[in-house]
Each structure stands twice: as structure tokens, then as C-alpha cells.
Ligand binder design. Structure first.
Ligand code: G3P
Length: 257
């Protein structure tokens, strides 16, 4: 398999710029101590908007092997949109990735697949890679509709995005019931849905696009369970919340190999 695993730490609304400084420095040290090899996995941090400049400066100054991104992006171009942050702004800060459609944004900000699709396109238009999140709530899983639901989201989120762009983007399958709950999906649960997403990409586009797209699992990923999850053939990385706030834990996750 030629896909490089991508391990991304979503800090969510945590850490001011002082705490962000320590975390990035500690993470740099921890990765170095662990003998991190960027050919074996890609390390990414996704801080809150207010920490991006700090993180970028430290990564550049210390030449740390860590990419960074943003947790959201406006679907609009620069202009009169109070409180929004544009793709131009994020790309000028050096962001490589933008998370779109996280379940917390879908739930607390009523983000629809249509909006997620517009945001993904805006990230691409500004030279960044979207990490498109999808995943089902507990009721949906209990009803046995988790594959159908998640694949439906992804089909809508990818609408109108050409194959050559889809091949380069990242999809994160995050079952909502496993986020921040300590309840991790089993490695087989993760594989089932990641495989179904890849199949859907193959049907929508073609086999090379499906083979190229990277699909992460997210939901209570920890040092103790990362290897088992990463051993699954259709899981190409992890989107990590809580455990990404501790340099030692996140470093272990990044160097799972
Ligand atoms: O985006 C990451 C995420 O929602 C998972 O969070 O805390 O369960 O690792 P956590």
C-alpha cells in the first residue's frame, strides 16, 4: 500500500497560545526521542485559530517535522462575514490541512453536507487539503444503518469535487458515540466503515482514486489501541482529540509503526 498514514491531533477548543507553545515544543522533543520517521507516518496538529501563528512560528524556527492545519474554514471569500476565517488567511498562515464537517460542527452549528462540501471546495481552492469528517450517532448504529448513513454523508460532501482532488484529500470516519467517551469502536468496526467509504469512492470515481484517498479513524484513539486500528487495511491514520493534548501520548500514536 502506498498511502502514507496521517496522524492528526485535533486540539478542539483547548490550549491558549502559551500552552500551545509548550505542547508543540514537547511534541517535537518526544518525536525526536521516539526516532520519528516521516516516511512512515505524517504528524499533523490542528490547533484553534488563535494558536496557529504560534504553532507555525515554532515549527518553522525549530524545523519540526510536523504539519499543521485549521479546525474550520469559511465557505466565503474575504469580506463582510463577522467571526469567519477565510481560506486565504489560513493558507497565508501556512496551513496544509483544514478539518471540515466535524460532528461537533454539524451538531452544534447545524452544518449541512452542502456546507461541508462548500468548505471542502474552499480549502482545495486555497491550496489546502480538507480532512472531511463523517460518522454516525449511536441511534443510527443501533439501527444498523451506520454504513448507509456515513457513505451517504461522504457522497454528498464530495459532490462536484474532481477525482484528482479526491485522490489527495483525507476522509475521517468518526463514529459520534466513540468521540471523547473512552468507548473506541473496535478495529473491525473501523475497518467496516472505512472499507465501505473506499468502495463508495470507487463507485463514484474509479479504482485509482479509491486506492489513493486516505481514510482516518477517529474516536478515543490512544497509544494502547492505535496499533490494532492501524493494522486494518482501509484505515490510513487517526484523527485524535483528547490524546493529542499530551505530547507523550500523541508522539506514541504518531509512531505507532
Ligand atoms: O476529531 C477528533 C475526535 O473528535 C476524537 O476525539 O477525544 O475521542 O480522541 P477523541
Amino acid at each position: 500500500m502506498s498511502r502514507t498514514p496521517i496522524m492528526a491531533g485535533n486540539w478542539k477548543m483547548n490550549l491558549d497560545h502559551v500552552a500551545a507553545t509548550s505542547l508543540v515544543q514537547d511534541l517535537g522533543e518526544a518525536l525526536k526521542a521516539a526516532g520519528y520517521d516521516s516516511a512512515k507516518s505524517e504528524a499533523v496538529v490542528i490547533p484553534p485559530f488563535t494558536d496557529i501563528r504560534t504553532v507555525a512560528t515554532l515549527i518553522d524556527a525549530d524545523k519540526l517535522p510536523i504539519a499543521y492545519g485549521a479546525q474550520d474554514i469559511s465557505a466565503h471569500d474575504d469580506g463582510a462575514y463577522t467571526g469567519e476565517v477565510s481560506g486565504t488567511m489560513l493558507s497565508k498562515l501556512g496551513c496544509s490541512y483544514v478539518v471540515v464537517g466535524h460532528s461537533e460542527r454539524r451538531e452544534y452549528h447545524n452544518e449541512s453536507d452542502e456546507l461541508v462540501n462548500a468548505k471542502a471546495k474552499k480549502a482545495i481552492e486555497n491550496g489546502m487539503t480538507p480532512i472531511i469528517c463523517c460518522g454516525e450517532a449511536l441511534e443510527v448504529r443501533k439501527a444498523g444503518k451506520h454504513v448507509e448513513h456515513t457513505v451517504g454523508q461522504i457522497k454528498a460532501d464530495l459532490d462536484g469535487i474532481p477525482a484528482e482532488q479526491v485522490a489527495k484529500l483525507v476522509i475521517a470516519y468518526e463514529p459520534i458515540w466513540a468521540i471523547g467517551t473512552g468507548e473506541t469502536a473496535t478495529a473491525d468496526d473501523a475497518q467496516e466503515v472505512c472499507q465501505a467509504i473506499r468502495e463508495a469512492v470507487k463507485e463514484l470515481y474509479d479504482a485509482p482514486t479509491a486506492e489513493a484517498v486516505r481514510i482516518q479513524y477517529g474516536g478515543s484513539v490512544k497509544p494502547a489501541n492505535v496499533a490494532e486500528i492501524m493494522a486494518k487495511p482501509d484505515v490510513d491514520g487517526a484523527l485524535v482529540g483528547g490524546a493529542s493534548l499530551k505530547a507523550g501520548d500523541f508522539s506514541k500514536i504518531v509512531t505507532f509503526y
